[in-house]
Write a protein that binds this ligand. Structure first.
Ligand code: ZN
Ligand code: ZN
Length: 214
């Protein structure tokens, strides 16, 4: 498996390039900004990008989606409940003092439990709302890794003070969908360094005693 992490834009968002070297097929998760840099990194992997997957529709995760679609002409996948937030991207941008160009078009809605196939790799969508509506994490059982978006970070959890945030819901998502994965599962979050499910169970202060954010 090929896995490249690029930290992009003013919010230091992690975009992931994942691919299967046997088939040469690759996927982009959350191309949030710096389209040219992402395209250059893709070129170095020699992967053919066949899908773009969005964990949730915050501006820092989708800023380069339209440019990447122009580059690869591939479908964009996201949960249906993230659609209203996606349509509000220009307003999100104004709120943050940024400019947003073209709102990307989503081609396929993915639901909880659906599998996204990339060559021989398979990513199961885990419905993990709370930080943002329709937030999905993606679990690759064969590689023992999960892309946790902005639900779970190393030593922290996603913000709940943005529109559509819900602390109880986020805690339930983390407890029921992420912490139930094997302890050795590597976690690749939307911001910051990677970690493991086991390390977060022990060391994440937000997850002790069933969650502090109630
Ligand atoms: Zn977010
Ligand atoms: Zn984010």
């Amino acid at each position: 498996m090929i896995l490249e992490k690029l930290t992009v834009g003013p919010f230091q968002e992690n975009c992931y390039i994942l691919g299967d070297e046997t088939s040469g097929e690759g996927v982009l998760f959350d191309p949030g900004d710096e389209a040219a840099r992402i395209a250059l990194a893709v070129e170095k992997t020699n992967l053919e990008i066949s899908k773009i997957v969005i964990t949730h529709a915050h501006i820092d995760h989708v800023g380069a989606v339209a440019a990447m679609v122009d580059e690869y002409g591939c479908p964009v996948l996201m949960h249906e409940e993230a659609e209203p937030m996606l349509q509000q991207l220009p307003a999100q941008a104004v709120m943050m003092g940024l400019r947003f160009g073209k709102v990307p078009q989503v081609d396929e809605h993915i639901a909880d439990g659906e599998k996204v196939s990339v060559g021989n790799l398979s990513f199961e969508a885990l419905y993990t709302p709370g930080h943002a509506p329709g937030h999905l994490s993606f679990y690759c059982e064969q590689e023992g890794l999960v892309l946790s978006g902005d639900a779970l970070f190393a030593g922290s959890v996603g913000r709940i003070d943005l529109p559509g945030g819900d602390g109880q819901l986020l805690m339930r998502s983390i407890q029921e969908r992420l912490l139930t994965l094997p302890d050795e599962t590597r976690v690749y979050p939307g911001h910051g360094p990677s970690t493991t499910i086991g390390d977060e169970k022990i060391g994440n202060p937000f997850l002790q005693g069933g969650g502090l954010l109630r």
